[in-house]
Design a protein around this ligand. Structure first.
Ligand code: UD1
Length: 420
């Protein structure tokens, strides 16, 4: 049975105070997978204690890897003698990012059997780019009974071009190519901070990855990689969500442990919407809002464009803006499930293909709503914080995948939020 927990949120209170951002979920997930590339122990610090991280721990434990939490957010990963190359459906279906073990499995064990992830609430999300990349590196791949089975004698470097700068495919191929024979060049690679972090982690292990942050990444394969200690960067999407929380409630919130340079597109859009953004230090941003919110148009794009993972939260903000805004989703074809629930709260939103037309209303009002996915769920929390009355959000297990103790962090800022 799915977890029946729900949030009860009474809106209308401007948030005030400081919120400390946890480690980046998506960076932790790929770096955890990369630990499989060495037989030596790796130590990861600032790992967020999230459902998705626990899912990845399950996946790599199933493969035979030893994982242990030390202190609060430090993870020890020991991939010395793991020998299972199969990631089963029960685990992969709970989290697509499990697919990131494929590159390390092919590199270490020359074999992988991984359940096909299937579709999800935000779009079809195929893995064809990943497979095209592994084939280019010499893997024989067949799909049978819902599983991808791949084998290779030894991976060999090659040139790979992606039709779209896929974050996951870039990461998977970077990991595999690090232990391949010869040089791999990825063209139209993803430029996201999480890709750069994975590359930095691999280089610390002894890999030779160049071009990080550009759209051509080259990887010169090495014979072996060593165990290292590494600190996970702050989560830019969690930070962006709290920035919107301050803006939508008309409050003032200091966001601590954040990298402003990874949030440029979000900062620019908040400023265009009339929100005051003050970058106090390298790792600290203050968001304040006392005026009416202005409508702005948003187009999601691969990094450094506006992140699709903040689209839903900005839609919540635009529901009470002055004027009409258009949000265009260019990354995932059907990532608007939250629009229907926002409408239940009084928002005026029309979905037309990849576009949403949002006419700002004076006020949102409480209604029973349901989270359909992680970021859409976060958008419903944001809308509830601004709405009149007490909103009940169900299916909050989606939200727990990506936000550490969200009710505690919001309560500390003065919000009235309760988990039931
Ligand atoms: C990652 C993030 C996710 C974020 C997304 C886009 C993790 C664990 N997840 O997901 O939070 O929303 O990047 O920034 O890091 N595509 C294909 N074929 C493929 C791979 C991707 O067609 O083989 C398409 C996807 O359907 C999508 C686009 O490429 O339309 C970008 O997806 P991608 O960057 O791969 O997303 P993920 O890595 O799955």
């Amino acid at each position: 049975m799915q977890n029946p927990e729900r949030f009860l949120i009474t809106g209308g209170i401007p948030l005030h105070g400081t919120v400390v951002i946890d480690g980046a979920k998506n960076s932790a997930l790929s770096i955890m997978a990369a630990c499989l590339l060495t037989s030596e122990k790796c130590i990861l610090e600032n790992v967020p204690q999230l459902k998705d991280v626990y899912s990845m721990i399950e996946v790599i434990k199933t493969l035979g890897v030893k994982v242990e939490w030390k202190e609060n957010n430090t993870l020890y990963i020991d991939s010395d003698d793991f020998n299972n190359f199969e990631a089963p459906y029960e685990l992969v279906k709970t989290m697509r990012a499990s697919f990131l073990v494929m590159g390390p499995l092919l590199a270490r064990l020359n074999k992988a059997k991984i359940s096909l992830p299937g579709g999800c609430a935000i779009g079809a999300r195929p893995v064809d780019f990943h497979l095209k990349g592994f084939r280019a590196l010499g893997a024989d791949i067949i799909t049978e009974k819902g599983y991808i089975q791949a084998e290779v004698k030894r991976l060999k470097g090659n040139d790979i071009y992606f039709d779209f700068p896929s974050l996951g495919a870039t990461e998977n191929i970077m990991m595999a190519a690090s232990l391949a024979e010869g040089i791999t060049m990825i063209e139209n690679a993803a430029k996201d901070p999480e890709v750069i972090e994975l590359g930095n982690f691999l280089n610390k292990m002894g890999a030779k990855v160049n071009g990080l942050g550009s759209d051509i990444i080259t990887i010169e394969g090495v014979k072996r990689l060593k165990g290292v200690k590494y600190r996970i960067i702050p989560d830019r999407i969690e930070a962006g969500t709290y920035m919107v929380a301050a803006a939508i409630t008309g409050g003032t919130v200091e966001i601590d442990n954040v990298n402003p340079s990874y949030l440029k597109s979000c900062i620019v859009k908040l400023e265009e919407a009339g929100i005051k953004v003050e970058i106090k230090e390298d790792d600290n941003i203050i968001i304040s809002n006392t005026d009416a919110i202005k409508s702005v148009d948003i187009k999601t794009m691969p990094f450094p464009g506006f992140p699709t993972d903040l689209q839903a939260q900005f839609m919540a903000l635009m529901t009470i803006a002055n004027g009409t805004s258009i949000i265009t989703e260019n990354v995932f074809e059907s990532r608007f499930a939250h629009a229907g629930d926002l409408r239940r709260m009084g928002a005026d939103i029309k979905v037309e293909g990849r576009n949403c037309i949002i006419k700002g209303v004076k006020k949102l009002s409480a209604a029973p709503v349901m989270a359909s996915d992680l970021r859409g769920g976060a958008a419903l929390i944001l809308a509830s914080l601004a709405a009149e009355g007490t909103t009940e959000i169900s299916r909050i297990y989606h939200i727990d995948r990506g936000y550490v103790r969200i009710e505690d962090k919001l309560s500390n800022l003065g919000a009235k939020i309760k988990r039931e």
